[in-house]
Design a protein around this ligand. Structure first.
Ligand code: CA
Length: 715
């Protein structure tokens, strides 16, 4: 049993390690250009500043209690696949709502009533489920001059006619489909006449880069490499790469790509014509493994300002030099003009994973302030003169295991924060969680497609029960800061928390703020809430029955203000397991678009999660050697399917139907269910391996039933 617990912790750890992304053309262009029309939401964060703030005021603190459902859309393309997470923010312009769902499918709806106008399914092969670290999600589309752009999971930038939903062009954004592990989940951004996109993959070996394509033709305009490539393979692509190379040791693991993938945040300043790119963590995670001899390893975990016309670097600010903790700086960036020391400054704000809230002068990259917005132990502070963090002795886990806060999930992950342009507060979906970081003794890093970072050994600092799962409350008698997810209001001028909500189920959704003093946010428990922005009290809560991680948006039509949010739990939690209190534990997890207005109707709850007990299968083998071999391999399955007792978004292996058991070999080796996201593991497992896995699962299921523990929670 102890062995099992250890195994389970390893599984949880390895998954955690992965957590670590129109109608009339003229009218649309106009809306996006000025973004002054409060009634639309024409760009990813509404305006180029990406404050996720609406000037609309119809719904306010006094009347928010009257919010109800205006309409719902739930006809997502599933085709027998399992239900997945919704992470996108919709775009609304000229009465049409555009958004992307799981598997990069794009939808256009009538924003007034939710009728489907068209959908575009890029037909992503199910095998790509293995390439995406954290579910087959997509965070959104871009809209520009009558075209809708989506970056598909399998790496194509697709241009779709906004009126008809028909394909206009499609380009391959990946530079390597063999040795690197790219996938795309982020929303493309409009930067001048270019559409820009990065990708993910830094958990699985990838060299990060960002590409810009001409919005009309799809022709590549420029490409910026975030980290240097293998010097044996050719000269540096640009002088910027040469600058970065000086901060890497010669014997760096070029074969593993270096990481730095820009999988989520990019912001464009049309006045300065600068594109700000938030870059990802290093690959492999520990710098001593990645770049022996150390170095800052530019441009990992950095905010890089690029000339949007040429793609050349203007300035950079590295939040985590020599990153060894999966501290990405890919979290959402917000541009604002705020008062600093009596002067109005054009700033860029970010709360990256590393726990510090940064305010930079976005004209030149100068650090104006950096203060901890969550519990931080890896660094004492950030020196404002050098711009560098002052590391504590806790930071170095090369020789012994260390408890480090924040965890690899970060103090803030991809769920967008919001900035109120009236109160000047930032509302951050904050995570308070620590993690034990260490090295696996005698283990070098091993990488292959679909495999995880096996070099560093991580686990939540405060394991609860068997699973080492972070969202449980502290164990009795434990001291130290609590593990929790909260919404906090942050004053970027003073670098201080103004208010905090009570703890929410582990990890909460993205945020919207309004000129009428409201903050909207959904959560894993399926509750969609409105808070009073001045003090954090909850003024409205709607039970939806569906976990929410995406950020809400707001728009107005015919005098009615709407608040829209995509619901559907998933993302990294799809693999790690549903936290206690999750709606997905109680109800079937379904992809939905929920749109609210004043005096709307009731929200219908999804059907209860059915736990149908399958007949007990007959044992395949009782040979202890076979069963032991199955145990040694089960982590490969549990990385997605979970281990007994932790329900997640994948079918429960401990409660498979007789027909699934009969097809087990062909599912695992021949990819019989690859269309549904269960890829073939032929490259990694032999028929005997698969038999051993199945034998162990069946034997274990029989033992559990015999012990009278009932069934595992079926999907
Ligand atoms: Ca990561």
């Amino acid at each position: 049993m102890r062995k099992m617990n250890r195994l389970l912790r390893r599984v949880a750890s390895s998954v955690i390690a992965m957590v670590s992304g129109l109608a009339a053309a003229s009218a649309i262009a106009g809306a996006a250009d000025t973004a002054s029309d409060a009634s639309d939401w024409p760009l990813y964060g509404r305006t180029y500043q990406e404050a996720r703030f609406t000037p609309l005021k119809q719904i306010d603190v006094a009347n928010a209690g009257r919010l109800g459902l205006a309409w719902e859309f739930n006809d997502f393309v599933v085709r027998g696949r399992t239900h997945r997470g919704n992470e996108a923010s919709p775009i609304v312009a000229d009465g049409v709502m555009y958004f992307s769902g799981p598997w990069s499918v794009v939808y256009a709806l009538d924003a007034r009533v939710g009728t489907l106008l068209w959908k575009y399914d890029p037909q992503v092969d199910g095998n790509w489920a293995r390439r995406a670290c954290c579910d087959v999600v997509n965070r959104g589309v871009a809209l520009w001059k009558g075209h809708v752009y989506v970056a598909t999971l399998d790496g194509y930038l697709v241009c779709i006619d906004a009126k008809s939903g028909k394909l206009v062009w499609k380009v391959d954004t990946f530079i390597d489909r063999k040795t690197m592990n790219y996938a795309s989940t982020g929303a493309p951004r409009v930067a001048g006449e270019n559409i820009v996109i990065g990708n993910s993959g830094a958990e699985l070996a990838a060299r990060g880069y960002v590409s810009a394509y001409d919005s009309a033709s799809g022709k590549l305009t420029w490409r910026f490499f975030i980290v240097p490539g293998d010097p044996a393979k050719g000269p540096d692509e640009s002088p910027d790469v040469t600058v970065a190379r000086k901060t890497w040791s010669k014997e760096s693991r070029w074969d593993l790509g270096g990481g730095g993938t820009a999988w989520d945040s990019m912001v464009y300043d049309p006045a300065l014509k600068l594109l700000y790119v938030g870059t990802g963590n290093g690959m492999p995670h520990p710098v001593w493994t990645r770049s022996p001899g150390g170095g800052d390893n530019l441009f990992l975990s950095s905010i890089v300002a690029l000339d949007a016309t040429s793609g050349r670097m203007r300035w950079y600010y590295q939040t985590t030099p020599g990153d060894s903790w999966d501290f990405t700086a890919t979290q959402n960036m917000i541009l604002a003009d705020i008062e600093v020391d009596g002067h109005t400054r054009h700033v860029l704000m970010q709360a990256p994973k590393n726990g510090f809230f940064y305010v930079l002068d976005r004209t030149n990259g100068k650090l104006l302030s950096a203060n901890a917005y969550t519990h931080v132990t890896w660094a004492r502070n950030v020196d404002l003169t050098t711009g560098r963090p002052l590391l504590t002795s806790q930071a170095d886990y090369s020789r012994e295991k260390k408890e480090i806060w924040p965890s690899q999930a970060g103090g803030h992950n991809w769920m967008p924060m919001s900035y109120s342009e009236t109160s000047h507060l930032v509302f951050i979906p904050t995570l308070n969680a620590g993690m034990n970081f260490g090295m696996l003794p005698g283990k070098d890093v091993h990488f292959r497609v679909g495999a995880n970072n096996e070099g560093d050994d991580v686990g939540w600092a405060r394991p609860a029960g068997d699973g080492g799962i972070p969202w449980a409350p502290p164990n009795p008698g434990e001291s130290g800061p609590p593990f929790q997810s909260v919404l906090e209001a942050w004053d970027p001028r003073r670098g201080k928390v103004v208010w905090q909500t009570p703890p929410q189920p582990f990890w909460a959704g993205g945020v919207l703020s309004t000129a009428s003093g409201l903050v909207f946010q959904g959560a894993a428990d399926g509750v969609f809430s409105a808070y009073d922005a001045s003090k954090g009290t909850r003024v409205a809560q709607l039970e939806t029955g569906t976990g929410i991680i995406a950020a809400p948006i707001s728009y107005q039509m015919d005098g009615t203000q709407y608040v829209a949010v995509l619901a559907g739990f998933g993302g990294a939690m799809n693999q790690i397991g549903y936290p206690p209190g999750s709606a997905a534990l109680k109800y079937q997890n379904r992809e939905r678009v929920l749109v609210f207005k004043l005096d709307g109707g009731a929200v219908s709850l999804p059907p209860n999660r059915q736990s149908e007990l399958q007949p007990l299968p007959a044992p395949i083998s009782t040979d202890p050697k076979v069963l032991q071999h199955g145990i040694s391999l089960i982590a490969r399955c549990a990385g997605c399917h979970g281990f007994r007792g932790i329900p997640n978004g994948y079918p429960d292996l401990w409660n498979l139907s007789p027909s699934t058991h009969a097809a087990f070999q062909s599912i695992v080796l021949d990819g019989a269910l690859s269309y549904a996201g269960m890829p073939s593991f032929k490259d990694a497992l032999t028929p005997d391996d698969v038999k051993a896995i199945q034998a162990f699962i069946i034997s274990d299921e029989i033992n559990i039933r015999k012990a009278g523990k009932g069934k595992s929670d079926a999907q």
